[in-house]
Write a protein that binds this ligand. Structure first.
Ligand code: AMP
Length: 440
């Protein structure tokens, strides 16, 4: 099937050709004609299947043909995370390059004042996370009485994050006569309840194999003890110098430790997790997308939905506790049918989790035992690894450097003879012990 056969407007089909969307993905092929008829849809599809376009394109096609009011929005898109909301707006701007429809982003973490001002300007589409949208609604800053299409994206994720009560309140103020498109990778009783409460004769569209990982991803498990995991990770990165890589950790503490470790080994690395403010998260994500850093360490905040075009490789530094998280994490690669690699580092305690993943996917992962090398591999003298900083670029702020540069002679240090142990220097100079300085 071609996009013209889905019933999308000529203008949109032309734009899709220009941006390289030559044929619709399965979810698009099935959902677009139904959505264009105005019917409600339950889309059982995970991210990476092209579901964003599956809901944006028919809505755009309908709305671009209509005279717009601009005072109250006609489209509401609910996303569970700020990153996803930003990504939907980016997609929208690609499809609607001249912004015939104006969108505003109402997401937690960004200043409210700026978002409030954007609401005072003409707009047709509101893309929001539920909590922030509710804030604006309760303060009377936004009217949703003109909404004709509502999208609840990643409903299962909304549920996990405890957003369903907020979604309930939002749905209660929407006009009864509207189109509702709900997307979820899984159908749970709570989501079924949402469907029954807020949707009218929805058509369920299921993309085959939504439970498992995509065939375009080659999956490996590397068995390594906790002490050897970092070396195993470095070996993976060295073996694939041309692929950018997202590394997932289960705990925030591991993210920070791993970042310091990889920086010590001169990798161009950034980190992103839920405790960072939105601006830093955006900045890091942008520099990864722009190729300024080629290794990004992340928590599951990045696992759902965030689209990194052409991501070559995902490494799970820990085996995720939930099988669904595994599917979401590795689903960042192998998108739009490009090949991707996924490695999972598993210690003996994590073998059971690994077995669950294999059972869920009904496939055995390609498993290897990691053999640590006795000596650390030396980099060839003149060859700079693409992911490695040159000596000049190497950050100078690690603790050992700081200690040497501190004005030791002016500080009252009590030591053991001529050599003062580092821990005493730290405590005398009021520097807290930094675990990053101790890791390999
Ligand atoms: P999504 O599942 O919406 O996050 O989309 C996953 C990736 O597939 C994104 O990078 C999209 O730009 C890309 N994509 C979606 N639909 C198509 C298509 N029909 N042709 C080519 N790329 C697509």
């Amino acid at each position: 099937m071609s996009f013209t056969q889905t019933g999308l407007s000529e203008k949109l089909c032309k734009r899709l050709q220009e941006i390289g969307y030559l044929v619709p993905t399965t979810i698009q092929e099935k959902a677009i004609p139904v959505a264009l008829r105005g019917q409600d849809i339950i889309g059982m599809a995970q991210t990476g299947t092209g579901k964003t376009a599956a809901f944006l394109l028919p809505i755009l096609s309908i709305q671009q043909e209509k005279p717009q009011k601009f005072k109250t929005p006609s489209v509401l898109i609910l996303e569970p995370t700020r990153e996803l909301a930003v990504q939907v707006q980016e997609n929208l701007r690609r499809f609607d390059e001249f912004e015939s429809l104006k969108s505003v982003l109402l997401i937690g973490g960004d200043p409210m004042g700026m978002q409030e001002r954007s609401l005072q300007k003409p707009h047709n589409i509101v893309i929001a996370t539920p909590g922030r949208l509710l804030d604006f609604l309760e303060r009377g800053k936004l009217l949703l009485c003109g909404v004709q299409h509502v999208v609840i994206d990643e409903a299962d994720r909304m549920l996990d994050m405890g957003f369903i009560p907020d979604v309930d309140k939002i749905m209660a103020v929407l006009p009864k006569l509207r189109q509702t498109l709900l997307f979820s990778a899984t159908m749970t009783p709570d989501i079924r309840k949402l469907v029954e409460q807020y949707m009218m004769l929805p058509k369920t569209i299921e993309v085959a194999g939504h439970k498992g990982a995509k065939a375009s991803i080659e999956q490996f498990a590397i068995l390594a003890s906790d002490t050897n995991k970092r070396e195993a990770l470095r070996e993976i990165l060295h073996d694939h110098p041309d692929l950018n890589c997202v590394i997932f950790c289960n705990r925030k503490r591991d993210i920070d430790l791993l970042k310091s470790s990889l920086m010590r080994h001169k990798f161009l690395v950034g980190a992103i997790h839920g405790d960072m403010d939105q601006e830093s998260r955006n900045k890091t994500l942008q520099s990864f997308k722009a190729g300024e850093i080629s290794v990004l360490i992340a928590s599951d905040v990045l696992a759902r939905g965030v689209d990194i075009e052409g991501l070559g490789m995902v490494v799970n530094f820990n085996v995720p506790l939930q099988v669904e998280d595994y599917v979401h994490r590795i689903g960042r690669t192998g998108r739009a049918d490009l090949k991707g690699l996924a490695f999972t580092l598993a210690n003996p305690r994590e073998m059971k989790l690994l077995a669950n993943i294999e059972k869920h996917q009904d496939t055995k992962l390609n498993t290897k035992q990691f053999e640590p090398k006795e000596k650390v591999k030396e980099e060839p003298q003149n060859k700079v690894h693409p992911k490695v900083r040159t000596e000049k670029e190497r950050p100078r702020s690690y603790l050992p450097h700081q200690i040497r540069e501190l004005p030791i002679e002016t500080s009252p240090v009590v030591g053991f003879g001529e050599i003062t142990p580092a821990f005493m220097l730290r405590s005398a100079l009021g520097i807290s012990s930094n675990p990053a300085a101790q890791i390999n």
